[in-house]
Unconditional design. Structure first.
Length: 267
C-alpha cells in the first residue's frame, strides 16, 4: 500500500510536468539544462550534507540515462500528440522492465513475453500508418519507453543493491547533468529567459522520480515499473481534457490493449 500511494502521487507529478512540457512547446538540451540549473542550489546543499562514497559513479550513469530520456521525450512531443506519445512511452517501459527482469526475479516467461507482445500490439493500434507525423511520434515514444526501462533498471539496482542515499543520489545526478550540458548549451542568457516556464517542471520532475525511488526502496523494480502505468490512463485523459486531443477509436482500443498487456505481466 505504501508503494501504491507513492506511485499514485508520482503519477500526478509526472503527468503534470509532461503536460507543461508539451503545452510550452519547449525542448532540446538547453531546456533540460535550465530545469537542472533552477534546482542546482538545493542539489549543492544536499551534496554538502550527504556522503558520496557509494553514490557518485552510480549517479553519473543515472544522469546519462535520464538526460537521454529527457531530450528524446521532448523530440517525441514535437512529433506526436501528447496522449499518444505519453501512453506509448509509459506503456512500453514497464513491459520492457518486466522482460529484462525475468532472469533475476523469476516468473512465467510465457506470461511476461505475452504481456509485452500485447503492449507492443497496442502501440501499433494507436499509430495511424497513413500519417508520417504520428508514426514518428510513436517511434520516438517507443524509444522513450526504452530509455525509461534502462534508467528504471539501473536506479533499481542502485537503490536495492548499492543502497545509495536517495537525496544525495539525485543531487549528484543533477549537478553532473548541469555541468555536462553547460558545455553544449550555447546561448545561456537566452535560455534563462524561459525560467518561468521551466520552474514548475524543474520542481515536479525530481519530485515525481524521487517518489519512484522511494517506492523502489519498499517494492521490487518490476512491481514499481508496472505500478507506473497509472500514468498511461492519466496522460490520455489529460491530453483529451486539457489539450483537446481527440480520443478516437484507435487510441482507445490501443490504450486498452496496452493496459491489458501490463496487467498480464503484473498478475
Amino acid at each position: 500500500m505504501i508503494a501504491l500511494g507513492l506511485l499514485i502521487a508520482s503519477a500526478g507529478c509526472h503527468a503534470a510536468w509532461n503536460l507543461l512540457l508539451k503545452r510550452g512547446n519547449l525542448g532540446g538540451p538547453a531546456f533540460v539544462w535550465l530545469c537542472g540549473l533552477l534546482t542546482l542550489p538545493i542539489s549543492v546543499v544536499l551534496l554538502l550534507r550527504g556522503s558520496l562514497a557509494a553514490t557518485w559513479w552510480a549517479a553519473l550513469v543515472s544522469m546519462a540515462l535520464h538526460t537521454t530520456y529527457a531530450v528524446t521525450l521532448q523530440k517525441a512531443y514535437g512529433a506526436g500528440a501528447f496522449s499518444t506519445v505519453y501512453s506509448v512511452s509509459r506503456g512500453t517501459g514497464p513491459a520492457l522492465v518486466a522482460v529484462a527482469s525475468v532472469p533475476w526475479l523469476g516468473g512465467s516467461v510465457t506470461r511476461v513475453f505475452g504481456g509485452a507482445a500485447l503492449v507492443l500490439a497496442g502501440v501499433m493500434v494507436m499509430d495511424r500508418p497513413h500519417s508520417r507525423t504520428p508514426a514518428r511520434g510513436v517511434a520516438l515514444g517507443l524509444l522513450v519507453g526504452a530509455c525509461t526501462a534502462a534508467y528504471t533498471l539501473w536506479d533499481g539496482y542502485a537503490v536495492s543493491s548499492l543502497h545509495v542515499d536517495l537525496l544525495t543520489y539525485l543531487a549528484v545526478a543533477n549537478v553532473a547533468q548541469v555541468a555536462a550540458l553547460s558545455a553544449i548549451v550555447r546561448d545561456h542568457r537566452e535560455t534563462m529567459r524561459n525560467w518561468r516556464h521551466a520552474l514548475p517542471i524543474a520542481v515536479l520532475m525530481p519530485a515525481s522520480y524521487g517518489l519512484v525511488l522511494l517506492a523502489l526502496s519498499v517494492a521490487s523494480v518490476g512491481t514499481v515499473a508496472i505500478g507506473r502505468t497509472l500514468n498511461v490512463v492519466l496522460g490520455a485523459l489529460l491530453g483529451a481534457v486539457v489539450l483537446g486531443e481527440r480520443l478516437d477509436r484507435a487510441r482507445i482500443v490501443g490504450l486498452a490493449i496496452i493496459i491489458g498487456g501490463v496487467l498480464v505481466v503484473s498478475v
